[in-house]
Design a protein around this ligand. Structure first.
Ligand SMILES: Nc1ncnc2c1ncn2[C@@H]1O[C@H](COP(=O)(O)OP(=O)(O)OP(=O)(O)O)[C@@H](O)[C@H]1O
Ligand SMILES: [Mg+2]
Length: 240
């Protein structure tokens, strides 16, 4: 068996007395689209933040291509090939779309080369025409694509998407899902956090379910949606 692209082993993260992640072990193979789901507060964003070096875990290892990333700063993790988008979109609103995206390219390239790369990334996500628009003028679907373009501009092997589709209507969501499938077709590996079950179920071949910071199930969409622990986790919270 080939080594997984991403290997997460025994990751724990505490915030004071709160165990946000407890002994999380999971892997992602090259070329997969994996869903990461769980009720609010389950630890999804915390796991992403730990993966990209924004939170240092209290225990565990994170390997990308066999290299341990724990302790590296986010820009080093990005240089190693893994980036995440932010749950709350964090664009520079007074800058153009192109400038927002080229930031991602400055890690590896000169400003000129980053600008060229940014243009290619914008074309790749289908918004080359709005390169000169100011970020504060964007629609939700445009913003979501700018976030993806900025992440692509770091030339990642694996992209972590944290609720990138949250503000999209069903038609916009379908278009965004097509973009993600296309990116995967070009060789990108994706881990997607999303509360919209229809989107996750149709997009992902494998789903990891977190609840109270622990992995409670891993499997195909059909397997996890029938898993009694998963059903209980979701019903328990919504009934509360
Ligand atoms: N910086 C922080 N300091 C203290 N507690 C935090 C911090 N970040 C997250 N938490 C807590 O850790 C737990 C996991 O939060 P996290 O944001 O990872 O959940 P989530 O699965 O992303 O939820 P959502 O679906 O609502 O985005 C929650 O109880 C949250 O309140
Ligand atoms: Mg979150």
């Amino acid at each position: 068996m080939t080594t997984p692209l991403l290997e997460i082993e025994g990751i724990s993260k505490r915030f004071g007395g709160l165990a946000a992640l407890s002994d999380v072990t999971a892997h992602v193979a090259r070329g997969e689209i994996v869903g990461l789901i769980g009720p609010n507060g389950a630890g999804k964003t915390t796991l992403f933040s730990a993966l990209v070096g924004l939170h240092r875990p209290n225990a565990g290892t994170i390997r990308l291509n066999g290299k341990n990333l724990v302790g590296l700063k986010p820009h080093k993790v990005a240089a190693a090939g893994m980036v995440k988008t932010f749950q709350n979109i964090a664009l520079f609103l007074d800058s153009t779309v192109l400038d927002n995206v080229l930031i991602g390219g400055l890690m590896r390239h000169s400003v000129e080369d980053a600008r060229e790369l940014a243009r290619r990334c914008l074309d790749r996500v289908g918004i080359g025409a709005i390169a000169d628009k100011f970020a504060h003028n964007l629609s939700f679907p445009e913003r979501a694509r700018v976030e993806v373009a900025r992440a692509l501009c770091t030339e990642p092997q694996i992209l972590l998407l944290d609720e990138a589709m949250a503000a999209l209507n069903p038609v916009e969501m379908d278009e965004f899902l097509k973009l993600l499938r296309d990116l995967r077709g070009e060789g990108l590996t994706l881990v997607v956090v999303e509360h919209h079950m229809r989107a996750i179920m149709s997009l992902c071949e494998r789903i990891i379910v977190l609840n109270f910071g622990q992995v409670i199930a891993t499997g195909t969409p059909q397997q996890v949606s029938r898993d009694p622990d998963v059903v209980r986790a979701y019903l328990g919270r919504s009934a509360a």
